[in-house]
Design a protein around this ligand. Structure first.
Ligand code: MN3
Length: 200
């Protein structure tokens, strides 16, 4: 039972007017994400300990295991990107009322949340991800992880939003301006409806 690349939940060009062009999506989804899936399937084929395991199980059993680092990197990246495509929408940027209330309660204001998320995304040195998580104490928190890691592996909480800050996700649209990519993503692309649906 091989892992598969899920189709995008919208067309490749659907986000172009909001700051993520069709070529970025073609390369990012069809090439980068596919490569993670293909590599992961190769590792699973060769390692009986991974056979029949779910993606989540593989991420948790390989996290922090030096000999399984390539497995972890590719499994993590597969999981992260499946979430990432769902975390964007051609109608993105609008925060539903219940989530806005929760954000205001936990961060002080929507702007304070965005500032904290942007600080995490810009402050992640090199490749990685910024996250909005629902922590085990019931509070929303911002986190960042390097490379293919994620809150499922680190135990920092349930991931509601994950932003890819690898250069392949923004270089065609924003060149080296990661801060502009992050601000645009939070304001115009982030699917807060999806994030809210994950909290229940
Ligand atoms: Mn990526």
């Amino acid at each position: 039972m091989a892992f598969e690349l899920p189709p995008l939940p919208y067309s490749h060009g659907a986000l172009a007017e909001r700051g993520m062009c069709q070529e970025t999506m073609e390369l990012h989804h069809d090439k980068h994400h596919q490569a993670y899936v293909t590599a992961l399937n190769g590792f699973v084929e060769k390692n009986p300990a991974l056979a029949g395991k779910s993606l989540e199980e593989i991420i948790q059993m390989s996290h922090g295991q030096a000999d399984l680092a390539p497995v972890f990197n590719n499994a993590g990246q597969h999981w992260n990107h499946v979430l990432f495509w769902q975390n964007m929408s051609p109608q993105g940027g609008g925060i539903p009322g219940a989530l806005e209330t929760k954000i205001t309660s936990d961060f002080g204001s929507v702007q304070a949340f965005k500032d904290a998320f942007k600080a995490a995304a810009v402050g992640q040195f090199g490749s990685g991800w910024a996250w909005l998580v629902l922590a085990s104490d019931g509070k929303l928190k911002v986190a960042k992880t390097p490379n293919g890691s994620n809150p499922l592996a680190t135990g920092e909480g349930k991931a509601l939003l994950g932003l890819d800050v690898w250069e392949h996700s923004y270089y065609l649209d924003f060149r080296n301006r990661r801060p502009d990519y992050v601000t645009n993503w939070l304001d115009k692309l982030a699917n807060y409806e999806f994030a809210a649906s994950q909290m229940g």
